[in-house]
Design a protein around this ligand. Structure first.
Ligand SMILES: Cc1cc2nc3c(=O)[nH]c(=O)nc-3n(C[C@H](O)[C@H](O)[C@H](O)COP(=O)(O)OP(=O)(O)OC[C@H]3O[C@@H](n4cnc5c(N)ncnc54)[C@H](O)[C@@H]3O)c2cc1C
Length: 440
């Protein structure tokens, strides 16, 4: 049954829209069966756990840093099974959003915002050249707010973005009270991970799918990767890139982040005129209202998401709870009043949310041969790709490619939940509201 034939409100089992039209195998999403060990060498220089964007970017960075090194990526399901194959594809121009709040008092965060924005544009260019299958296309990220309070908050955010030296312009649209546009790119998520896997294989990196890792242990020589049926792999170091699935691996040290379920739908095909949204294919929209929603067009369909939950529904993280599906239908009707739109495909995915919204990239364990590269939340598409180099620099004997990478890692590591800065931000918005400033 194609998406077009599928009745509304029927979630697609075991695959996201991107995975299904990108040719991925169906994923079970629940308990992963035991891996056979086929194709896993007994020894390698480096082991990367997890075949998402973070894992493949780390493996490619290791290959750049140490040409000729034996690198093995172990993936429990298939490459692009996790959030990397299920997201909305935005290369966020602000991959460290909470730094907007702390930038006023922390010069490193102000620098970081600008630096990350520049790196996101570099990644888009790199994908265009090295992985055109990723479908990377320019988009204007349109941040819009309809309510007065959210509009006042968004006005402040826009001033902070401008202060960080990032081009942000007022935008016009049919519905919003206020909107700003930032230039960036979007990708086809599953095809991007698959393209990175293709690049990795061409670089001589071994990728073994259907091979869950049960534990990563430190040894005197480096690490032991424990597989099923008494099998194991010895390596000099491991980079752990299992993100929201990190609870499935016994590690020397657990990463502190919570698992967030996010849900998306792809609608029936619609035209710009039908949805009253001209130039729709050039825009990635984020509405900041009572609920936070995001959407973009892809091949004539609106791909729409935004509801979060903290518990799984059933045995698969692809599952969409019925009330979430109804909620998304309502939100779509609010975003596109009068348009004859209905979800034809629906799927869930999980990401790993830290208190700072920033990833955890650090050595762990007594000898530091296990590097954590996890904690990627809702802006992880670009962030995973630009942090692979940071994780690769942390393996024993690794080094930073340039001083900016070192500076970025230091800023990420030193970041704390910006409680004071957030309180000042909220107080600022309240003052704006009380003095009846106009949003803009
Ligand atoms: C619905 C949704 C929409 C999103 N939209 C956006 C967006 O538009 N822009 C954006 O920047 N971010 C977005 N994100 C977030 C982004 O997708 C993630 O931050 C990013 O993909 C994380 O990549 P990752 O490689 O760290 O994790 P994952 O892609 O989850 O990869 C982890 C991999 O590890 C494997 N694994 C798990 N356990 C084991 C084990 N024991 N052994 C071996 N392998 C294992 C998994 O199978 C998986 O393939 C969205 C996320 C979701 C869920």
């Amino acid at each position: 049954m194609t998406g077009r034939d599928r009745p509304a409100s029927t979630p697609l089992a075991g695959r996201s829209y991107w995975q299904s039209h990108g040719g991925a195998p169906p994923g079970a999403g629940g308990a992963v069966p035991a891996g056979s060990g086929a194709g896993v060498p007994a020894r390698s220089d480096f082991a990367v756990i997890g075949g998402g964007l973070a894992g493949l970017s780390s493996a490619l960075a290791l290959a750049d840093a140490e040409p000729g090194a034996r690198i093995v990526v172990l993936e429990a399901n298939f490459v692009g099974f996790g959030a990397s194959g299920r997201n909305a594809g935005l290369l966020s121009p602000l991959p460290a959003p909470l730094w907007l709040a702390s930038a006023i008092s922390e010069p490193e965060h102000l620098w970081g915002l600008k630096h990350l924005n520049g790196r996101v544009h570099e990644i888009a260019q790199w994908l265009k050249a090295e992985a055109p299958e990723s479908g990377v296309t320019p988009k204007t990220l349109r941040l819009e707010a309809q309510g007065y309070f959210t509009a006042m908050g968004l006005s402040r955010v826009a001033r902070l973005i401008d202060k960080a030296g990032i081009d942000v312009r007022p935008a016009k649209g049919p519905r919003e009270q206020i909107a700003f546009g930032l230039e960036t790119h979007a990708v086809d998520p599953y095809r991007t991970v698959a393209a990175l896997a293709g690049l990795a294989r061409r670089r001589g990196i071994t990728i073994v799918e259907q091979q869950p890792v049960r534990a990563v242990e430190e040894t005197t020589a480096g690490v032991k990767i424990v597989l099923d049926a008494g099998l194991s792999l010895e390596a000099r170091a491991a980079i752990v890139c299992t993100n929201a699935y990190s609870g499935s691996v016994a590690l020397p040290e657990a990463a502190k982040a919570k698992v967030v379920h996010n849900f998306m739908v792809a609608t029936n095909p619609v035209t710009d005129t039908q949805i009253g949204w001209s130039g729709a294919s050039d825009i990635f929209a984020i509405e900041l209202n009572t609920s936070y929603v995001f959407y973009r067009m892809h091949e004539g369909r609106v791909v729409y998401g935004g509801i979060e939950r903290f518990k799984p529904y059933g045995d698969s993280d692809f599952n969409v709870p019925p009330d979430v599906l109804v909620g998304l239908e309502r939100l779509i009707a609010r975003s596109f009043p009068g348009a004859a739109m209905r979800p034809e495909e629906a799927w869930g995915g999980i990401y790993h949310q830290t208190g700072t919204d920033l990833p955890i990239i650090r050595r762990s364990g007594a000898a530091g041969a296990v590097v954590l590269n996890v904690g990627y939340g809702g802006t992880g598409v670009a962030m995973t790709m630009l942090c692979g180099r940071l994780a690769a620099a942390l393996v024993p004997g690794g080094r930073f490619v340039n001083s900016d990478d070192e500076r970025l890692l230091a800023a990420l590591a030193a970041s704390r939940v910006p409680v004071g800065a957030l309180a000042r931000f909220v107080a600022g918005v309240a003052t704006d509201v009380l003095t009846m400033r106009r949003p803009g």
